[in-house]
Design a protein around this ligand. Sequence first.
Ligand SMILES: Cc1ncc(COP(=O)(O)O)c(C=O)c1O
Length: 416
Amino acid sequence: MNNMSKNLDIEFVRNKFPVFRNPKTKDLAFFENAGGTYVPDSLINKLNKFMTETKVQPYGDFSSSIEAGNEMDNSINKIAELLNIEKDEFIIGPSTTMNMFLLSRAIKHWLNKGDEIIVTNQDHEANIGAWRKLADEEIIVKEWSLNKDSAELEIDELKSLINENTKFICVCHTSNIVASINNLKEIVDLAHKNNIKVVGDGVAYMAHDLVDLKEIDLDFYGFSLYKTFGPHLALLYGKKELLEKTKNLNHEFLSKEIPLTLNPGGPNHEELACLSGLTDYYEELYNHHFSDQTISLHEKGKAIFKLVYSHEEQLMEKLLSFLKSKNNVKLIGKSTHLRSERMPTVSFTVNNKSSLFIAQEAGKNGIGIRNGDFYAWRCLKGLGIDTNDGVIRISMVHYNSMEEVEKLIKFLEINI
Ligand SMILES: Cc1ncc(COP(=O)(O)O)c(C=O)c1O
């Protein structure tokens, strides 16, 4: 036990991830976490158990089927507790792209010809594409463009786009390229004053913090569980009174007890069943670092993410001070390492060096980074960056160690 610890116990953390014990994988310095994170033992063990013992249609009357249903329900309950929301205030689907698309179909009947939706060009396509497709239905889609010098979204620009026809603002909490934290509370307050709903994309935020959905008063918010140490699933939150007014995209059921949902077919069973392995992991982390058991799972998660915050900030400080010392590096977004301002994802280009070449060389040297537009090509275009070669992106999470960052810097020192 390590009750007095103020720092994240990185050795304890890494011990929870089998990838760091496996001789085949343990030496890769992995910095492509914004593309998808590793998963802890707790989750893998549950997946294995489900597949070996209870891989049957759930909610039947025989033991394996009862157990399968219980495991799936347990995950729903635990995730609701972690996020401090009700279990009928979210759906679990295959990806955020899919969930946003389904949402855009399920609210289409709320919109009339000439109504307006605001999307940004800082976002990933997941929270742009589905909304832009509504232009086919004579909905007007407006773009909130980033400032091409700072890469930031500015609230005054948003204000100039809002009018009495605006019905939705779709915006990322954090961009997967720029990585600064957009002030969703300010955006939501402005939106609600004007009778507008906000759809937040939390995909690049939720590996680093737990959003307070109720405090921000978000209408809808999506994130991908496979980028937050979970299986390849995604969660879409919606205020209950709003979800109730969405169109049912699932089967029509005879029974009134089966909730209608905008997710046709429901989530993948084995992945849902093992999802509680994610909350088990957070609890293990909490129990290792703290002792108070009277607080909620959400509060425990918040306590863990405070430790994560400091650890990520230290990694960022090291990496950014190196990158800022290189004259040929063009950093995108804020150059501060402070986690209050940005998440530990850094995108940059290098004068006269191809991003692809650097990513490939890194791969040969046991470092996992990538180049490209990361489905945020409008963001790159807005910044005047060549979308073919794209940016180099380094994205860190709490299990990354200082040694890995040092290995990366050593590589970059020679190759950029
Ligand atoms: C900010 C952001 N939003 C949305 C997505 C799309 O998520 P998914 O792959 O679950 O559709 C990504 C994926 O990289 C992302 O980084």
